[in-house]
Ligand binder design. Structure first.
Ligand code: ATP
Length: 438
Protein backbone atom coordinates (compact mmCIF):
# COMPACT_ATOMS: atom_id res chain seq x y z
CA UNK A 1 0.00 0.00 0.00
CA UNK A 2 1.12 3.57 -0.69
CA UNK A 3 0.25 6.91 0.86
CA UNK A 4 -0.63 9.73 -1.55
CA UNK A 5 -0.91 13.37 -0.50
CA UNK A 6 -2.77 15.53 -3.04
CA UNK A 7 -2.74 19.31 -2.53
CA UNK A 8 -3.99 22.26 -4.60
CA UNK A 9 -3.94 26.05 -4.27
CA UNK A 10 -4.82 29.24 -6.17
CA UNK A 11 -7.71 28.22 -8.43
CA UNK A 12 -10.32 30.85 -7.57
CA UNK A 13 -11.11 34.49 -8.24
CA UNK A 14 -12.48 37.08 -5.85
CA UNK A 15 -14.58 38.66 -8.58
CA UNK A 16 -15.36 35.83 -11.02
CA UNK A 17 -16.20 33.10 -8.52
CA UNK A 18 -15.02 29.61 -7.53
CA UNK A 19 -13.32 28.58 -4.33
CA UNK A 20 -10.32 26.28 -4.02
CA UNK A 21 -12.16 24.31 -1.31
CA UNK A 22 -14.99 23.61 -3.79
CA UNK A 23 -12.41 22.19 -6.18
CA UNK A 24 -11.35 20.01 -3.23
CA UNK A 25 -14.94 18.85 -2.78
CA UNK A 26 -15.16 17.85 -6.46
CA UNK A 27 -11.75 16.18 -6.32
CA UNK A 28 -12.81 14.13 -3.26
CA UNK A 29 -15.72 12.84 -5.33
CA UNK A 30 -13.67 12.07 -8.48
CA UNK A 31 -10.78 10.45 -6.58
CA UNK A 32 -13.22 8.13 -4.81
CA UNK A 33 -13.34 6.14 -8.08
CA UNK A 34 -9.77 4.95 -7.45
CA UNK A 35 -8.85 1.98 -5.22
CA UNK A 36 -7.73 4.09 -2.29
CA UNK A 37 -9.23 5.42 0.97
CA UNK A 38 -8.93 8.72 2.78
CA UNK A 39 -6.30 8.24 5.45
CA UNK A 40 -7.30 11.28 7.46
CA UNK A 41 -9.90 14.07 7.22
CA UNK A 42 -9.68 16.44 4.24
CA UNK A 43 -7.49 19.35 5.36
CA UNK A 44 -8.19 23.03 4.74
CA UNK A 45 -4.98 24.91 5.43
CA UNK A 46 -4.77 28.67 5.88
CA UNK A 47 -1.38 30.26 5.30
CA UNK A 48 0.17 33.68 5.91
CA UNK A 49 -2.77 36.13 6.06
CA UNK A 50 -0.44 38.98 5.07
CA UNK A 51 0.50 37.61 1.64
CA UNK A 52 -0.16 40.55 -0.73
CA UNK A 53 -1.37 38.39 -3.67
CA UNK A 54 -3.96 36.28 -1.83
CA UNK A 55 -7.48 36.22 -3.27
CA UNK A 56 -9.27 36.08 0.07
CA UNK A 57 -8.22 33.91 2.97
CA UNK A 58 -4.98 32.37 1.63
CA UNK A 59 -6.39 28.85 1.79
CA UNK A 60 -5.12 25.61 0.21
CA UNK A 61 -6.21 22.00 0.76
CA UNK A 62 -4.58 18.60 1.08
CA UNK A 63 -6.23 15.18 0.70
CA UNK A 64 -4.30 12.20 2.11
CA UNK A 65 -5.02 8.69 0.83
CA UNK A 66 -3.81 5.16 1.30
CA UNK A 67 -4.19 2.92 -1.72
CA UNK A 68 -2.70 0.50 -4.19
CA UNK A 69 0.77 1.06 -5.63
CA UNK A 70 0.98 2.76 -9.00
CA UNK A 71 -2.01 5.10 -8.80
CA UNK A 72 0.00 8.26 -9.33
CA UNK A 73 -0.79 8.62 -13.04
CA UNK A 74 -4.51 8.17 -12.48
CA UNK A 75 -4.56 10.62 -9.55
CA UNK A 76 -2.69 13.07 -11.72
CA UNK A 77 -5.04 12.66 -14.64
CA UNK A 78 -8.11 13.26 -12.47
CA UNK A 79 -6.61 16.18 -10.53
CA UNK A 80 -5.35 17.95 -13.66
CA UNK A 81 -8.74 17.58 -15.31
CA UNK A 82 -10.58 18.98 -12.29
CA UNK A 83 -8.15 21.92 -12.16
CA UNK A 84 -8.59 22.55 -15.92
CA UNK A 85 -12.38 22.36 -15.59
CA UNK A 86 -12.83 24.56 -12.54
CA UNK A 87 -9.98 27.07 -12.20
CA UNK A 88 -10.64 30.68 -13.13
CA UNK A 89 -7.62 30.99 -15.43
CA UNK A 90 -8.70 34.38 -16.78
CA UNK A 91 -8.10 36.06 -13.40
CA UNK A 92 -4.46 37.24 -13.23
CA UNK A 93 -4.39 36.35 -9.52
CA UNK A 94 -5.25 32.70 -10.28
CA UNK A 95 -2.05 30.66 -10.66
CA UNK A 96 -2.95 27.06 -9.81
CA UNK A 97 -0.52 24.64 -8.23
CA UNK A 98 -0.88 20.87 -7.80
CA UNK A 99 1.50 18.87 -5.59
CA UNK A 100 1.32 15.09 -5.16
CA UNK A 101 3.68 13.40 -2.75
CA UNK A 102 4.01 9.66 -2.20
CA UNK A 103 4.93 8.25 1.22
CA UNK A 104 5.74 9.98 4.50
CA UNK A 105 5.84 13.79 4.66
CA UNK A 106 9.49 14.88 5.06
CA UNK A 107 10.46 17.47 7.68
CA UNK A 108 11.48 19.84 4.85
CA UNK A 109 7.74 20.03 3.91
CA UNK A 110 6.79 20.71 7.55
CA UNK A 111 9.32 23.56 7.56
CA UNK A 112 7.77 25.03 4.43
CA UNK A 113 4.33 24.88 6.09
CA UNK A 114 5.57 26.75 9.17
CA UNK A 115 7.46 29.29 7.11
CA UNK A 116 4.45 29.78 4.80
CA UNK A 117 2.49 30.92 7.86
CA UNK A 118 4.99 33.55 8.87
CA UNK A 119 7.05 34.60 5.85
CA UNK A 120 6.82 35.35 2.14
CA UNK A 121 8.33 32.34 0.40
CA UNK A 122 10.27 32.17 -2.84
CA UNK A 123 8.73 29.87 -5.45
CA UNK A 124 12.07 28.43 -6.65
CA UNK A 125 13.14 27.57 -3.09
CA UNK A 126 9.82 25.79 -2.53
CA UNK A 127 10.17 23.88 -5.82
CA UNK A 128 13.64 22.76 -4.77
CA UNK A 129 12.19 21.23 -1.60
CA UNK A 130 9.54 19.46 -3.69
CA UNK A 131 12.13 18.16 -6.17
CA UNK A 132 14.41 16.84 -3.47
CA UNK A 133 11.51 14.75 -2.11
CA UNK A 134 10.54 13.55 -5.63
CA UNK A 135 7.14 15.20 -5.30
CA UNK A 136 5.10 15.61 -8.47
CA UNK A 137 4.51 19.33 -9.01
CA UNK A 138 2.49 20.99 -11.73
CA UNK A 139 2.00 24.74 -11.77
CA UNK A 140 -0.11 26.81 -14.17
CA UNK A 141 0.58 30.40 -15.29
CA UNK A 142 3.14 31.91 -12.85
CA UNK A 143 2.92 28.65 -10.81
CA UNK A 144 2.66 30.50 -7.50
CA UNK A 145 -0.04 28.10 -6.32
CA UNK A 146 2.73 25.53 -5.82
CA UNK A 147 3.82 27.41 -2.69
CA UNK A 148 0.47 26.99 -0.95
CA UNK A 149 0.00 23.45 -2.26
CA UNK A 150 3.37 22.23 -1.02
CA UNK A 151 2.85 23.98 2.32
CA UNK A 152 -0.53 22.21 2.60
CA UNK A 153 1.14 18.81 2.12
CA UNK A 154 3.47 19.76 4.98
CA UNK A 155 0.67 21.03 7.23
CA UNK A 156 0.71 20.11 10.89
CA UNK A 157 -2.85 20.19 12.22
CA UNK A 158 -2.08 19.07 15.77
CA UNK A 159 -3.94 22.28 16.67
CA UNK A 160 -7.17 22.30 14.69
CA UNK A 161 -10.86 23.08 14.38
CA UNK A 162 -13.42 21.88 11.84
CA UNK A 163 -15.55 23.56 9.20
CA UNK A 164 -18.58 21.98 7.54
CA UNK A 165 -18.95 23.69 4.16
CA UNK A 166 -22.07 23.42 2.06
CA UNK A 167 -21.61 24.10 -1.66
CA UNK A 168 -23.83 25.03 -4.60
CA UNK A 169 -22.78 24.35 -8.22
CA UNK A 170 -19.86 26.53 -9.40
CA UNK A 171 -22.04 27.92 -12.23
CA UNK A 172 -24.35 29.64 -9.70
CA UNK A 173 -22.91 33.09 -9.11
CA UNK A 174 -25.61 34.92 -7.12
CA UNK A 175 -24.18 36.98 -4.32
CA UNK A 176 -27.27 36.19 -2.25
CA UNK A 177 -27.82 32.69 -0.81
CA UNK A 178 -31.19 31.33 0.27
CA UNK A 179 -30.41 30.37 3.85
CA UNK A 180 -32.97 30.33 6.66
CA UNK A 181 -31.29 32.46 9.35
CA UNK A 182 -33.73 31.17 12.00
CA UNK A 183 -32.49 27.59 11.60
CA UNK A 184 -28.91 28.86 11.69
CA UNK A 185 -29.58 30.60 15.01
CA UNK A 186 -31.23 27.43 16.36
CA UNK A 187 -28.32 25.26 15.21
CA UNK A 188 -25.80 27.53 16.83
CA UNK A 189 -27.74 27.41 20.13
CA UNK A 190 -28.19 23.65 20.02
CA UNK A 191 -24.48 23.04 19.27
CA UNK A 192 -22.50 25.45 21.47
CA UNK A 193 -19.24 23.79 20.40
CA UNK A 194 -19.74 25.52 17.06
CA UNK A 195 -18.83 29.20 16.76
CA UNK A 196 -18.69 32.08 14.29
CA UNK A 197 -22.19 31.35 12.98
CA UNK A 198 -24.06 34.47 14.06
CA UNK A 199 -23.05 37.74 15.69
CA UNK A 200 -24.30 39.05 19.05
CA UNK A 201 -27.45 40.38 17.34
CA UNK A 202 -28.16 36.99 15.73
CA UNK A 203 -27.16 38.02 12.20
CA UNK A 204 -25.37 35.33 10.17
CA UNK A 205 -21.60 35.79 9.82
CA UNK A 206 -20.91 32.43 8.11
CA UNK A 207 -22.56 33.11 4.74
CA UNK A 208 -20.33 34.64 2.04
CA UNK A 209 -21.58 37.43 -0.23
CA UNK A 210 -19.26 36.63 -3.13
CA UNK A 211 -20.03 34.77 -6.39
CA UNK A 212 -18.23 31.65 -5.03
CA UNK A 213 -19.88 28.18 -4.61
CA UNK A 214 -19.80 28.24 -0.78
CA UNK A 215 -23.33 28.54 0.60
CA UNK A 216 -22.17 28.61 4.19
CA UNK A 217 -19.57 27.21 6.56
CA UNK A 218 -20.19 26.07 10.12
CA UNK A 219 -17.08 26.18 12.26
CA UNK A 220 -16.63 24.14 15.41
CA UNK A 221 -14.28 22.22 17.65
CA UNK A 222 -16.14 18.90 17.48
CA UNK A 223 -16.54 17.17 14.09
CA UNK A 224 -19.93 15.53 14.85
CA UNK A 225 -21.47 18.70 16.31
CA UNK A 226 -20.12 20.77 13.43
CA UNK A 227 -21.69 18.51 10.82
CA UNK A 228 -24.95 18.11 12.80
CA UNK A 229 -25.25 21.90 13.11
CA UNK A 230 -24.82 22.25 9.32
CA UNK A 231 -27.57 19.65 8.85
CA UNK A 232 -30.00 21.75 10.89
CA UNK A 233 -29.61 24.80 8.64
CA UNK A 234 -32.21 25.07 5.88
CA UNK A 235 -30.48 26.20 2.68
CA UNK A 236 -31.49 25.96 -1.00
CA UNK A 237 -29.50 24.35 -3.77
CA UNK A 238 -26.90 22.30 -1.87
CA UNK A 239 -24.87 20.31 -4.40
CA UNK A 240 -22.25 18.79 -2.07
CA UNK A 241 -20.58 19.21 1.31
CA UNK A 242 -17.24 18.64 3.02
CA UNK A 243 -16.33 18.49 6.70
CA UNK A 244 -12.81 19.97 6.71
CA UNK A 245 -10.22 19.62 9.44
CA UNK A 246 -8.41 22.94 9.51
CA UNK A 247 -5.86 25.15 11.23
CA UNK A 248 -8.45 27.97 11.28
CA UNK A 249 -8.83 29.75 14.63
CA UNK A 250 -5.67 28.24 16.13
CA UNK A 251 -3.38 31.32 15.98
CA UNK A 252 -1.04 29.18 13.85
CA UNK A 253 0.16 32.35 12.11
CA UNK A 254 1.39 33.94 15.33
CA UNK A 255 5.06 33.93 16.31
CA UNK A 256 5.71 34.64 19.98
CA UNK A 257 8.65 37.04 19.91
CA UNK A 258 10.64 38.40 22.82
CA UNK A 259 10.77 42.03 21.73
CA UNK A 260 9.97 44.51 18.98
CA UNK A 261 13.31 44.02 17.17
CA UNK A 262 12.03 40.62 15.94
CA UNK A 263 9.18 42.12 13.87
CA UNK A 264 9.45 41.42 10.12
CA UNK A 265 7.11 42.86 7.47
CA UNK A 266 4.33 40.40 6.53
CA UNK A 267 4.72 38.34 9.73
CA UNK A 268 2.22 38.02 12.58
CA UNK A 269 3.51 38.26 16.11
CA UNK A 270 2.65 38.35 19.79
CA UNK A 271 4.80 40.20 22.30
CA UNK A 272 4.68 42.18 25.54
CA UNK A 273 4.84 45.97 25.43
CA UNK A 274 3.98 49.11 27.40
CA UNK A 275 1.88 51.92 25.94
CA UNK A 276 3.85 55.10 25.39
CA UNK A 277 1.27 57.44 23.82
CA UNK A 278 -2.49 57.76 24.33
CA UNK A 279 -4.75 56.08 21.72
CA UNK A 280 -5.94 58.55 19.07
CA UNK A 281 -8.34 58.22 16.15
CA UNK A 282 -6.94 59.32 12.79
CA UNK A 283 -8.42 59.78 9.33
CA UNK A 284 -10.72 56.93 8.29
CA UNK A 285 -11.65 56.06 11.87
CA UNK A 286 -8.49 54.05 12.53
CA UNK A 287 -7.11 54.04 16.08
CA UNK A 288 -3.37 54.31 16.79
CA UNK A 289 -1.12 54.27 19.84
CA UNK A 290 2.62 53.84 20.35
CA UNK A 291 4.26 51.11 22.39
CA UNK A 292 7.72 50.43 23.80
CA UNK A 293 9.38 47.15 24.85
CA UNK A 294 11.67 46.66 27.89
CA UNK A 295 14.76 47.30 25.68
CA UNK A 296 13.38 50.68 24.56
CA UNK A 297 12.41 49.64 21.00
CA UNK A 298 9.24 51.28 19.75
CA UNK A 299 6.37 50.49 17.35
CA UNK A 300 2.91 51.81 16.53
CA UNK A 301 -0.19 49.69 17.13
CA UNK A 302 -3.22 50.16 14.87
CA UNK A 303 -6.81 49.01 15.14
CA UNK A 304 -8.46 49.62 11.79
CA UNK A 305 -12.00 50.80 11.18
CA UNK A 306 -13.43 47.39 10.16
CA UNK A 307 -12.68 46.06 13.66
CA UNK A 308 -15.52 48.33 14.89
CA UNK A 309 -16.15 47.94 18.66
CA UNK A 310 -12.61 46.62 19.21
CA UNK A 311 -11.30 50.17 18.65
CA UNK A 312 -13.72 51.66 21.13
CA UNK A 313 -12.61 49.23 23.85
CA UNK A 314 -8.99 50.17 23.22
CA UNK A 315 -9.57 53.92 23.62
CA UNK A 316 -9.64 53.55 27.41
CA UNK A 317 -5.99 52.42 27.42
CA UNK A 318 -3.35 54.89 28.58
CA UNK A 319 0.42 55.36 28.63
CA UNK A 320 2.02 53.03 31.16
CA UNK A 321 -0.48 50.19 30.63
CA UNK A 322 1.29 46.87 30.13
CA UNK A 323 -0.08 44.72 27.30
CA UNK A 324 0.43 41.54 25.34
CA UNK A 325 -0.46 42.33 21.73
CA UNK A 326 -1.22 40.00 18.82
CA UNK A 327 -1.16 41.32 15.28
CA UNK A 328 0.36 41.41 11.84
CA UNK A 329 3.27 43.58 10.86
CA UNK A 330 2.47 45.98 8.05
CA UNK A 331 4.54 45.95 4.90
CA UNK A 332 7.73 47.94 4.43
CA UNK A 333 6.02 50.71 2.49
CA UNK A 334 4.34 51.95 5.70
CA UNK A 335 6.86 54.18 7.52
CA UNK A 336 8.00 52.82 10.91
CA UNK A 337 6.84 49.51 12.29
CA UNK A 338 3.08 49.20 12.60
CA UNK A 339 1.34 46.26 14.25
CA UNK A 340 -2.15 45.70 12.88
CA UNK A 341 -3.82 44.50 16.08
CA UNK A 342 -5.85 41.27 16.17
CA UNK A 343 -6.29 41.14 19.94
CA UNK A 344 -4.84 42.60 23.11
CA UNK A 345 -4.42 41.32 26.64
CA UNK A 346 -4.29 44.04 29.28
CA UNK A 347 -1.79 42.59 31.77
CA UNK A 348 -1.35 45.52 34.15
CA UNK A 349 -3.02 48.91 34.28
CA UNK A 350 -0.98 52.02 35.03
CA UNK A 351 -2.05 53.93 38.11
CA UNK A 352 -3.28 57.26 36.77
CA UNK A 353 -3.55 60.19 39.13
CA UNK A 354 -5.23 63.58 39.05
CA UNK A 355 -4.68 66.53 41.40
CA UNK A 356 -7.59 68.24 43.18
CA UNK A 357 -7.98 70.76 45.99
CA UNK A 358 -9.10 69.28 49.33
CA UNK A 359 -12.35 70.44 50.96
CA UNK A 360 -12.21 73.17 53.64
CA UNK A 361 -11.34 71.60 57.07
CA UNK A 362 -13.70 74.11 58.80
CA UNK A 363 -16.90 74.10 56.75
CA UNK A 364 -16.33 71.39 54.09
CA UNK A 365 -16.64 73.93 51.28
CA UNK A 366 -14.59 73.98 48.05
CA UNK A 367 -11.14 75.56 48.15
CA UNK A 368 -9.05 77.54 45.67
CA UNK A 369 -5.41 78.45 45.29
CA UNK A 370 -4.13 81.69 46.83
CA UNK A 371 -1.19 81.73 44.42
CA UNK A 372 1.89 79.66 43.86
CA UNK A 373 3.07 77.97 47.15
CA UNK A 374 0.68 80.15 49.17
CA UNK A 375 -1.85 77.52 50.19
CA UNK A 376 -5.61 77.33 49.67
CA UNK A 377 -8.56 79.49 50.66
CA UNK A 378 -12.15 78.29 51.24
CA UNK A 379 -14.52 79.71 48.65
CA UNK A 380 -17.45 79.45 51.06
CA UNK A 381 -16.19 80.58 54.55
CA UNK A 382 -12.93 82.29 53.55
CA UNK A 383 -10.76 80.02 55.76
CA UNK A 384 -7.10 80.40 54.75
CA UNK A 385 -4.97 77.27 54.94
CA UNK A 386 -1.42 78.48 54.28
CA UNK A 387 0.00 74.95 54.37
CA UNK A 388 -2.79 73.30 52.37
CA UNK A 389 -1.91 71.74 48.99
CA UNK A 390 -3.74 69.96 46.18
CA UNK A 391 -4.03 66.20 46.82
CA UNK A 392 -3.50 63.27 44.42
CA UNK A 393 -6.50 61.15 43.51
CA UNK A 394 -6.27 57.75 41.85
CA UNK A 395 -8.37 57.75 38.68
CA UNK A 396 -10.94 55.05 38.15
CA UNK A 397 -10.04 53.24 34.88
CA UNK A 398 -12.69 52.31 32.32
CA UNK A 399 -10.77 49.19 31.30
CA UNK A 400 -9.93 46.05 33.27
CA UNK A 401 -7.07 43.56 32.99
CA UNK A 402 -7.97 40.79 30.53
CA UNK A 403 -8.45 40.16 26.83
CA UNK A 404 -9.88 42.70 24.39
CA UNK A 405 -11.00 41.04 21.15
CA UNK A 406 -12.78 42.22 18.00
CA UNK A 407 -16.35 41.14 17.23
CA UNK A 408 -16.74 37.91 15.14
CA UNK A 409 -17.37 39.72 11.86
CA UNK A 410 -13.85 41.18 12.12
CA UNK A 411 -12.12 37.83 12.86
CA UNK A 412 -9.55 36.59 10.37
CA UNK A 413 -9.49 32.88 9.53
CA UNK A 414 -6.59 32.01 11.80
CA UNK A 415 -7.63 34.28 14.71
CA UNK A 416 -8.15 32.23 17.88
CA UNK A 417 -10.97 33.69 19.99
CA UNK A 418 -10.69 33.22 23.75
CA UNK A 419 -14.09 31.42 23.77
CA UNK A 420 -12.46 28.31 22.27
CA UNK A 421 -11.49 25.63 24.78
CA UNK A 422 -8.10 23.90 24.69
CA UNK A 423 -7.55 21.77 21.62
CA UNK A 424 -8.13 18.01 21.90
CA UNK A 425 -8.69 15.10 19.51
CA UNK A 426 -12.35 14.12 19.24
CA UNK A 427 -13.90 10.87 18.07
CA UNK A 428 -15.67 10.87 14.71
CA UNK A 429 -16.58 7.82 12.64
CA UNK A 430 -18.84 9.44 10.01
CA UNK A 431 -18.21 10.58 6.44
CA UNK A 432 -16.09 13.62 5.64
CA UNK A 433 -17.82 14.58 2.40
CA UNK A 434 -20.86 13.78 0.30
CA UNK A 435 -23.26 14.75 -2.49
CA UNK A 436 -26.44 16.72 -1.88
CA UNK A 437 -27.20 18.02 1.62
CA UNK A 438 -25.14 16.58 4.53
P1 ATP B 1 -9.14 31.22 -1.25
O1 ATP B 1 -8.86 31.32 0.20
O2 ATP B 1 -10.45 31.76 -1.60
O3 ATP B 1 -8.87 29.85 -1.82
P2 ATP B 1 -6.71 32.49 -1.50
O4 ATP B 1 -6.83 33.69 -0.64
O5 ATP B 1 -6.09 31.24 -1.01
O6 ATP B 1 -8.12 32.14 -2.05
P3 ATP B 1 -4.91 32.27 -3.61
O7 ATP B 1 -5.38 32.52 -5.00
O8 ATP B 1 -4.68 30.89 -3.19
O9 ATP B 1 -5.90 32.99 -2.73
O10 ATP B 1 -3.63 33.16 -3.39
C1 ATP B 1 -2.62 32.90 -2.50
C2 ATP B 1 -1.35 32.70 -3.27
O11 ATP B 1 -0.25 32.96 -2.43
C3 ATP B 1 -1.19 31.29 -3.76
O12 ATP B 1 -0.60 31.31 -5.02
C4 ATP B 1 -0.24 30.66 -2.74
O13 ATP B 1 0.52 29.61 -3.25
C5 ATP B 1 0.61 31.84 -2.39
N1 ATP B 1 1.14 31.79 -1.04
C6 ATP B 1 0.55 31.29 0.06
N2 ATP B 1 1.35 31.46 1.14
C7 ATP B 1 2.46 32.08 0.69
C8 ATP B 1 3.65 32.53 1.33
N3 ATP B 1 3.83 32.39 2.62
N4 ATP B 1 4.58 33.11 0.56
C9 ATP B 1 4.39 33.29 -0.77
N5 ATP B 1 3.29 32.91 -1.41
C10 ATP B 1 2.33 32.31 -0.70
Amino acid sequence: MTIYHVAVDSTDSATLGMCTTYLGAVLLDRLSELPMELLSPPELVRLNPNVPWKTRGNGAFCLRYEGEEGLLDEILFIAENVIWDLSVFEDPQTNPGLVILKGQVPTSFRDIYHRALHEILDLDAVKEVGNSANAFMKGWKNERGLIGALAAVGADLSLHTYEAMLYRPAAVKDRKRQVDAKTLREASKRYPSTFFNVDAAGNPVCIPHSPCPVILGIRGIDPSDTLEASRMVKADGIERWVLWKTNQHTDAHIEYVKDLTSLRPFSSISTEVTISSPPVYREGGHLFFDVIDPQGNTATCAAYEPTKGFRKNLTALAPGDKLRVWGSVRSEDVPGITINLEKVEVRELAILKTLSNPRCPKCGGPTESMGRDQGLRCKRCGFRGAGMEPVENIMEREVKPGLIEPPPDAWRHLFRPSCLPANKEREYAGSWWGSGAP
